[in-house]
Ligand binder design. Structure first.
Ligand code: NAI
Ligand code: MG
Length: 497
């Protein structure tokens, strides 16, 4: 066989495989200059406003209202009217139709919402596009399914709606937290006044347009914006029957004090300092991906973030080496770039809090590692950080940093891992990495945490209940459990009794 002449051409291989920028267009988002409050299906003009900005470059995006106690009371009154005028007595199958519509509209408009979420909050577009939006829609689909099945969810207990729910949410998952709160409340026949966080109000305000499209009756969902003063006014508003709060433990405690003895119902989803525990038989490369997802997802602005890494001593060195190498490949930068892994810190205040805690870690004697990283000049940024040589008593091992900062500790035995993992005032989540199924179950029974992930981390599903132990709060969101805080029960007489 004749030899084929192969053309010997020199191929120009690039020496540098850096990613080219891949910006998502923001043209799909149309912002107004100024937003009021959405009350009784209408926009109320605010007396006072503040500027909401893009944390990636501090660009002003819109003027947003700072609602007063009177504004809040008007919203609560609108919710009460809508409750009494039909929403609470609508058949579950009718309420479900509205929830299904909202879910479908969110899917249809998901790109618009994802871009706005990244613009206003700083999270990478690939996260808002692939996590926040699909999950927000999934929550509405899921609770739409329960709306006409409450009698079956709680047999013999005659579930009834609670009334008007006041809902206060944080800035780390603005639209998703809205969905976690609004979907179960409406499914159970309640009406709502929701206050988004002061730094991230825009997707909640855009959501009002989804409500209009879905033709939800006026006043069933009302949105008021403003800072903690507006939140406090909602907590104190006389005609609110229930408060649902997600945010800092400090504010959660304050709300609990204020509501004590009022008869208003309360659920709190607060901070965390989760342990992510890696045993020596775990698949190390997968564990490294799970550790990275556990703490650098959403810049570490995650209440259930795996912020304390516990590594079994025998694999400490190879694991930390792999982790530090992996950190050099994280792309930090523009949230609207589709290649970005770690976006902007949500606010100047949060950046300051992270910087202060990181400085305390260095001061107390931990060893800091930060990969080489060029940060944009404008905006709020923090380099993904790993601390080794951390003692359990250090502030970085005790306090919620709520930023891309990991503290690495070690253990020898499963008993020691459990003891150290539970040595925290919090108890929201935990992770276990091991090949042994029996060890996963053994650990899960002993870890004082509302969610325990096995060989994965930061996975969410609307059918799975989520919530805390100890200072991480009480009450569950998600799943059938997530209906309960929005229902009153008239226990029926037992059969033959
Ligand atoms: P925050 O708890 O002050 O804010 C959360 C929400 O509560 C916002 O909507 C805020 O306007 C509202 N709020 C504030 N004061 C209130 C009051 N007295 N009554 C009623 N509502 C009130 O949290 P912040 O100041 O934004 O963050 C501080 C720290 O809290 C973070 O560094 C982080 O450690 C933690 N945090 C935890 C969250 C979680 O999901 N577990 C979410 C946000 C913050
Ligand atoms: Mg605060």
């Amino acid at each position: 066989m004749a030899e084929i002449d192969k053309p010997q051409r020199e191929v120009d291989l690039p020496g540098d495989w850096a990613y080219a920028s891949a910006p998502e267009s923001r043209d799909i988002v149309h912002l107004r200059d100024r937003y009021g409050y959405y009350v009784g299906g209408e926009w109320l003009e605010p007396a006072e406003t503040y500027e909401t900005i893009a944390p990636r470059d501090e660009e002003p995006l819109a003027a947003v209202g700072q609602a007063t106690a009177e504004d809040v009371d008007r919203a609560v009154a609108a919710a009460r009217t809508a409750y009494a005028d039909g929403w609470s007595s609508l058949p579950g199958s009718e309420r479900a139709k509205f929830l299904f519509r909202i879910a479908r509209i969110l899917q249809e408009r998901s790109r618009e919402f994802a871009v706005l979420e990244s613009l206003n909050g700083g999270k990478p577009i690939k996260e808002s596009r692939d996590v926040d939006l699909p999950l927000a829609a999934a929550h509405f689909f899921y609770y739409a399914g329960w709306a006409d099945k409450l009698e079956f969810a709680f047999p013999n207990r005659r579930p009834r709606p609670v009334g008007v729910a006041g809902q206060i949410i944080p800035w780390n998952f603005p639209l998703l937290m809205l969905a976690w709160k609004v979907a179960p409340a409406l499914a159970c026949g309640n009406t709502v006044v929701l206050k988004p966080a002061e730094t991230t109000p825009l997707t909640a305000l855009l959501f009002c347009d989804v409500l209009r499209q879905a033709e939800l009756p006026d006043g069933v969902v009302n949105i008021v914006t403003g800072d903690g003063r507006t939140g406090a006014a909602l907590v104190e508003s006389d005609d609110v029957d229930k408060i649902a709060f997600t945010g800092s433990t400090e504010v959660g405690k304050e709300i609990q004090r204020r509501l004590a003895g009022t008869g208003k119902r309360l659920t709190l989803e607060l901070g965390g300092k989760a342990a992510n525990i890696v045993f020596d038989d775990a698949a190390l490369d997968q564990a490294v991906e799970g550790i990275v997802n556990g703490i650098y997802f959403n810049q570490g602005h995650v209440c259930c973030a795996g912020s304390r890494l516990f590594v079994q001593e025998s694999i400490y060195e190879p694991l930390v080496a792999k982790l530090e190498r992996r950190l050099t490949t994280l792309r930090v930068g523009d949230p609207l770039d589709k290649n970005t892994d770690v976006g902007a810190i949500n606010s100047a205040a949060q950046l300051e809090r992270i910087q202060e805690l990181v400085a305390s870690g260095v001061e107390e004697g931990a060893e800091i590692y930060q990969p080489p990283c060029v940060l944009p000049e404008k905006g709020y940024w923090f380099v993904p950080t790993v601390f080794t040589n951390v003692a359990q008593s250090y502030r970085i091992a005790q306090e919620e940093i709520f930023g891309p900062v990991l503290s690495v500790l070690t253990f020898r035995t499963p008993e020691e891992a459990v003891e150290k993992a539970n040595n925290t005032p919090y108890g929201l989540s935990a992770g276990v990495w091991t090949e042994k199924g029996s060890r996963i179950l053994w650990m899960a029974q002993r870890l004082r945490a509302g969610v325990v992930w096995a060989n994965t981390f930061n996975r969410f599903d609307p059918s799975s209940p989520f919530g805390g132990y100890k200072e991480s709060g009480f009450g569950r969101e998600g799943g059938r459990h997530g209906l309960e805080p929005y229902l009153d029960f008239e226990e029926s007489e037992s059969f033959g009794g």
